[in-house]
Design a protein around this ligand. Structure first.
Ligand code: FAD
Ligand code: MG
Ligand code: MG
Ligand code: MG
Ligand code: MG
Length: 552
């Protein structure tokens, strides 16, 4: 308590001093953004930098277009084509935003400070470490690769998360091919060297496997004719199928295509150990087995960054995997801190948790019962605050919750219907089962959250006189800010051979060459700048005409 009081006093003093320097002008609030990925960059692009003193901290001074990373691994697209310097993005906004190339290694919410370290500043005073204060903190540090503590993974496997990873994979693929052609190598060793193993049958692993298969069959087979038959690609997946986050039809199509392409699928196998030349896996039927490999890519999902683990411990979220936020993307139980993108999970409040409050809010005449009119008057608010109610009504093909309630009470006249709290509870008993969880890792979620939060910040400033910042939002009633809602537009799974599968809203599935063209056009249009768009399109064209570059 003393510590937090002290911190607040120091902060208040600093504000008073700053105000004294330029009387009449309130100092701008400091917004510190951690991360320049999808979430952080979208926030920075949309925040009104004339309203806040915005500072961005990230160990990379660029934004990377991650959906094209698998294409970088085989040279379909060049790494420089998918990155945009963060300073370019900032400068377009009038240059009022500051950027520090550093990693945040500790967050101190009590004193509203973040501790940062810069690798390139280690010979400076303080060994490259510095402190930054904030009024509002936006955490957008993303996630890291998850090894599930499997021994040998960090030492021997490639990850596919950053641009550097994709570049390393590309070099390593070429190394394997050159190595396999060296004289005096026995057949077994050549085979081992040309065995590419992908651990994880999610979208990234599958896309990489497909990309590698295309690279080998379209480009390398011609250049390495003597060893082309020794190449083998294996995908190891712990679950029963690959691409389980997609519709069954897509996952089946992918499995069949891989079979035709000669990509081996080992589903139901869990990798338990990796050494420099063999991968050991376990299966319920076959027990443990080891296979020799030349190169392995580990892509089994995401884990939590150490700085977030430490922060979660401090704020009592120690047993979680990602930062819990409310629907306004504010970190729970932590003032003035928001979290967006892969490092956070937004949890939707349940109707049942708030049922008493909802009842009281709706019961305008305090009669202890709700009339049809009373319910109708607040239904829109309820649907905004609890999207599961809207889904429930939609699923039932009814526009009116009252019909539903009426059905449960027999044939009563609509106008005369009144519900007590128990009946109201029963009517809504099943709605919470419809809460939709957002995908844990998705560029679309991260970008929509960055955009949403920037808009909240931009509007928060207009109401400075009667402050109604994000912390003042009441649970019900007219909201100053609507809660964040994810808009789902669909999801792609590129499968190689100019074929892509897409799952569009409303259970629409589309697979094939035309979907590949849809993919090309959407990913071209989603590029962050005209420069990267031009580069990516010219890379694709170059690949169509000349093939991929196979130099190391
Ligand atoms: P990131 O984009 O990872 O950004 C995190 C940022 O924080 C980075 O700038 C990082 O340098 C910085 N940072 C890290 N640590 C610190 C620290 N301690 N202090 C300060 N800054 C820090 N999603 C899709 O929807 N569609 C796809 O097709 C798709 N394809 C993908 C392919 C690959 C290979 C990968 C890896 C991901 C793909 N994703 C895709 C997922 C998508 O990239 C992520 O969901 C998205 O990047 C999350 O955004 P973010 O801002 O939370 O994190
Ligand atoms: Mg980010
Ligand atoms: Mg990113
Ligand atoms: Mg998230
Ligand atoms: Mg009433």
């Amino acid at each position: 308590f003393a510590a937090s009081g002290g911190g607040l006093v120091a902060y208040a003093d600093a504000r008073a001093e700053a105000a004294a320097e330029s009387p009449g002008v309130a100092p701008k609030k400091k917004v510190v953004v951690l991360g320049t990925g999808w979430a952080g960059t979208t926030f920075v692009k949309n925040i009104d930098s004339s309203l806040y003193d915005v500072q961005v901290i990230s160990p990379r001074n660029y934004f990377a277009f991650t959906p094209l990373l698998p294409s970088v691994t085989c040279g379909t697209v060049e790494p420089r084509s998918i990155v945009e310097p963060i300073r370019k993005i900032i400068t377009k906004k009038g240059g009022e935003i500051k950027f520090w190339e550093a990693e945040c290694f500790k967050i101190d919410p009590e004193n509203k400070k973040v501790y940062c370290r810069s690798d390139i500043g280690t010979n400076l005073e303080g060994n490259g470490e510095f402190l930054v204060d904030y009024d509002y903190l936006v955490i957008a540090v993303g996630a890291r690769a998850n090894t599930f503590n499997t021994p040998g993974v960090v030492e021997h496997c490639h990850f596919l998360k950053e641009v550097e990873d994709a570049q390393k994979i590309r070099r390593s693929v070429m190394d394997c091919f050159e190595r396999a052609t060296l004289p005096d190598l026995d057949e077994e060793e050549r085979k081992r060297t040309l065995h590419f193993v992908i651990v994880g049958g999610g979208p990234t692993g599958v896309e990489f496997a497909a990309e590698l298969h295309d690279f080998v069959s379209e480009d390398l087979a011609k250049l390495y004719p003597t060893i082309q038959d020794l190449v083998k690609i294996t995908v190891v997946e712990h679950g029963e199928h690959i691409l389980t986050m997609f519709d069954k039809r897509i996952s089946k199509f992918a499995e069949e295509k891989f079979q035709r392409d000669g990509i081996e699928l080992k589903t139901g196998f869990k990798v338990v150990k990796v050494s420099d030349k063999t991968i050991t896996m376990e299966n319920a039927l076959h027990g443990e087995s080891s296979v020799p490999y030349g190169m392995a890519v580990w892509s089994t999902g995401i884990g939590t960054r150490p700085v977030i683990l430490d922060f979660m411990k401090q704020i009592g979220q120690g047993n979680r995997r990602a930062l819990a936020t409310d629907e306004w993307l504010r970190v729970r139980e932590c003032e003035n801190v928001c979290a967006i993108g892969d490092c956070a999970t937004m949890s939707q409040r349940k109707v049942m948790e708030d049922i008493m409050e909802i009842f009281r809010f709706a019961d305008k005449d305090n009669s202890g019962t709700l009339t049809v009119k009373e319910i109708q008057d607040v239904l829109e608010d309820i649907c905004i605050r609890y999207p599961q109610v809207e889904l429930y009504l939609k699923n039932k093909q009814m526009s009116d919750i009252v019909d539903l309630i009426k059905a449960s009470k027999g044939d009563v006249k609509k106008e005369a219907l009144e519900l007590n709290i128990e009946e109201f509870k029963n009517a809504l008993a099943n709605v919470d089962s419809l809460v939709k969880n957002l995908p844990a890792t998705a560029q679309v979620v991260a970008a929509q959250q960055g955009n949403y939060l920037a808009r909240c910040f931009n509007r928060m400033k207009d109401s400075e006189e009667k402050p109604e910042g994000p912390q003042r939002i009441t649970k019900m009633g007219r909201h100053r800010f609507l809660p964040f809602r994810y808009k789902h537009f669909g999801q792609f799974a590129p499968l190689g051979g100019e074929q892509t599968a897409a799952q569009l809203p409303g259970d629409w599935i589309s697979i094939g060459h035309s979907t590949q063209w849809l993919w090309y056009s959407i990913y071209a249009s989603k590029q962050v700048s005209w420069r990267t768009r031009a580069l990516v399109i010219s890379d694709w064209t170059r690949r169509f005409i000349f093939g991929r570059d196979s130099s190391r």
